[in-house]
Write a protein that binds this ligand. Structure first.
Ligand code: ZN
Length: 146
């Protein structure tokens, strides 16, 4: 992706080649599933939520480097955090990607490697790739809350 800063590209490729929290979880873990038909990206998110904490998360799927690295970074970001934290993260990322610009995101949330996704905003067609895993996480959190 020409135009993406070298550091950002490196972080994205690292997560793409060495995805964190890769795999699946058996029930009672909940499962969310997301597709981005524009690019062919597929993401599955498996969650174990206990006492309001994302105790474990595993991610499966396939697709482009942006979709898969975003998913890997997401897993690192929300594992062990509270559900509220995870939801705040989703809102922050959507705001960062210019998808949901309503309201004020909690900018005290440290983005870490996710900072690399800021460069994706320059490529509108890839924003759907970057947000796919976050939408899928939101779905899985909703299922876990039922
Ligand atoms: Zn994609």
């Amino acid at each position: 992706m020409p135009g993406l800063e070298d550091l950002y590209r490196e972080i994205i490729l690292d997560h793409y080649k060495n995805p964190r929290n890769r795999g699946t979880l058996e029930p009672p873990a909940v499962r969310g599933e997301g597709h981005n038909p524009l690019c062919g990206d597929e993401i599955e998110v498996f969650l174990i939520v206990k006492d309001g904490i994302v105790e474990d998360i595993k991610i499966a799927g396939q697709g482009c480097s942006i979709s898969q690295s975003s998913a890997s970074m997401m897993g690192v970001a929300v594992k062990g955090k509270t559900v509220e934290n995870a939801r705040a993260f989703i809102a922050r990322i959507k705001h960062m990607l210019s998808i949901d610009e309503e309201g004020e995101p909690d900018t005290s949330i440290a983005l870490g490697d996710l900072e690399a996704l800021t460069g994706v905003v320059k490529f509108p067609v890839r924003i759907k790739c970057a947000v796919l895993s976050w939408n899928t996480l939101a779905e899985a959190l909703d299922i876990a809350a039922e």
